[in-house]
Ligand binder design. Sequence first.
Ligand SMILES: [Ca+2]
Length: 443
Amino acid sequence: MAARSSTARPGVQPEATPYVSSFSQILRLALIVALVSAAVGLLMTPRAARAAPAAAPARSLAKAEAVKIDPAAFSAFVETLWPLAQAAGVSRATFDGALGDVAPVPAVLARTRKQSEFTSTVRAYVGAAVTDKRAARGQALARVHSEALARAERATGVDRHTILAIWGTETNYGVETGGEQVVAALATLAFARYRGDYFRDELIAALKILEDGHVTPAAMRGSWAGAMGQTQFMPSSFLRHAVDADGDGRADIWSSPTDALASAASFLNHHGWIAGAPWGYEVALPAGFRLAADDQERYRPAADWAQRGVTRADGAAPPEGAETRLLLPAGRAGPAFLVTRNFVVIRAYNNSMLYALAVGLLADRLAGRAPLVGRWPQERAIAATQARELQRELQRRGYDVGALDGKLGDKVRAAIRDWQARQGVTPDGHPTLALLEEMRKAP
Ligand SMILES: [Ca+2]
């Protein structure tokens, strides 16, 4: 989702998994939530799953057998939203038009409890996201939408390949946009207070979009978590970044590719895209390269890397200007990259290193650049239980790894690098089963 966390929609969802914080909340959820797993499997697209906010902890939600929501309680909750909507400039007619007949969607709540069993390896993630087919389709669409892309480039400084790569990665170029009624989905999540007030506020933003006439309630479709249209913008991101590029008076990210492309570019521009700089590029590290613990955190001028013997993998001269840091997505054994701050801008769209890497690599393919020189290592996927154990091992050693949610994000990688450096091994920060084994044995 634009504004969502890795978990995130563009700029949207926070990275940390929100925990149900109080016993009464747990009780409430347990009451309103019971299971519909079969239905869920049918209703949820893979895309929606990927767009999902971090799943709620299973422990809080018991193994109920069917999701049930009391219609009267739901209606009463919806009415409590009116003062907030009114304060946001929403008319009563728009409010009633959107929410008058809205029914809760139990499957949406069931989604919040689905957690993947394994963390994805880089090889698997990139392999699924950056395919020959997707590259070919993107190149064909680049020709179809060349004028719209040229305008978006001029308006924002974001290159067409990155814009297309976001579109392709988010929704397979507008094909997989999610079929949920956004208002109903958001109202359901808000009612359950999933992530506190986050979804309530997104619902109010959705009402504002309806008030402004960009789309009808029926056409306002998206993922189960409210990521909308071809750009998968959360409503709050829409209000900040959506653009009417085809001049019909509506920013229509649902059915106008021209608006969607301009809106994605606008999002990246607003988050600090450096015009003319790449997201990054593959590099070759010289034999005997001594990896420092901060090499993947500190941006350095190209000259510093050159001095340490780092060269572009394709032999070309490194781009001038933008400072870069090292990125080792699969550790020292896999391909190495130097990335600019544009890599972080892509993560504003979806706060996942793998997501940003996939967008960058797809953009390269769309630009006709050579495939990677390095090979991703064959690795076993880490189970969620093992990932949580790794987090606990790090926490036990005094590291702040955030919530023990089985997500191996930036904090975990930084902690691993520090621990590796203290052990005198190459600090690449890459979580592996071998590393977990080491940590179990070490004091
Ligand atoms: Ca338009």
